[in-house]
Design a protein around this ligand. Sequence first.
Ligand SMILES: [Zn+2]
Length: 470
Amino acid sequence: MRLLICFVLVTMLASSPSNVAAQSRRPVDLLVVGGSIVTMDGTRRVIEDGGIAVAGGRIVAIGPRAEIEAGYRSRQRITAAGKVITPGLINGHTHVPMVLFRGLADDLDLQEWLTKYIFPAEAKNVSEEFVRIGARLGLAEMIRGGTTTYCDMYYFEDAIADETAKAGVRGVLGETIIDFPVADNKTNAEGMAYVEKFVTRWKGHELIVPAIAPHAPYTVSEAHLKAVRAFSDRTGAPIVTHISETKRELDDSVKDKGASPVAYLDRIGFLNGKVIAAHVVWPQGTDIAILKRRGVGVVHNPQSNMKLASGVAPVPKMLTEGVLVGLGTDGAASNNDLNMWEEMDTVAKLHKVFSGDPKVISAQQAFELATIGGAQALHLEKEIGSLEVGKRADLLIIDRDTLNQIPLYNIYSDLVYATKAADVQSVIINGRIVMRDRRLLTLNETTVKSEARTLRDKIIKSLATPASSP
Ligand SMILES: [Zn+2]
């Protein structure tokens, strides 16, 4: 009798309508349900009470919550009702370990700041351990602020890639090539050998895009720049560099090479759709047309350019002419943080005051620069930058219940002018939750902070002693 009752019960359960529905729903790795989804797709669709299904690190479905819940099931769920879901932010230009030099020297122009303080401090302190500790601090800061992809240029970039992958963050990471001895490589041959191994090791990784990073046209010779381009052609590695950051760089280039930095680089056959150029504050003549024609990605760093008084890049003109433009913080030593919310707010306001036109960059355009625009500038727009089926699941869940966001009328205005980094509640990169309800899941925040503080004391001591010869 008991057996019969059990049999009847099991049969009833198996055929109940809700269970049949559950069985037919496709299992996925993660469901994010509820909330307003700011997709940044081609039509800039915003989905109220939306849902996202994630499997294998990618978005497999996005739409109204009811539709997603009817089609998919997952043991891992995040309820985002009342919150905003956006693509992860893209910091298009950093030197991540330089967080350890944050506040070391401020209120100087680029040349004095670099040659008197930063280069000597780097010569005495940069080691593999230094970049690992700095990278962990920078990565923790970036995750907390909702940055899911960053583009970097530094030394020991292989160690930075290792820390980035462990933290679960996406990176286009460039090993520096520069014509003087630096911490990891003493000659150009050593640098090129390092980058060869580095690119071979990381190519095809789901988070890391290994790159080659010639520092600038004024610190790398023409022959070495041509070798970089040949390396990129052979391996497919992107080229991360600085171009036309200051008026002095422009004047020197015109004097020494008879052309602006952009025109010179084009003349030697360096520019193409693999190049990611930070700054471009001083384009001349046909430079913007060249950047557009060659498909170069430009990364605008308004706060760094303001702090070093480098000038104001003509970003509205670049956008009008169709140049691929993203947004970055630059290294934290010239910013002094890795906060993309501040950068968005600044880019909109700087260009308004500089042009005298409040319409010149709208809140929506500023948000584009930090998401889909950044993806285009890094040549990764097929993978990231918007929330669409097939793209990597890099997304943020943002609290909208903080005092600084109430009341809310326009989503882009709220995101660009009112949201703060601390309002980012959860961060998902490649389908993995790396911060949940403000708790970092891939980095130990206490250790990250104490290691960085210990290094600060070493850096101060090192600067009190004369430089050792390279
Ligand atoms: Zn830089």
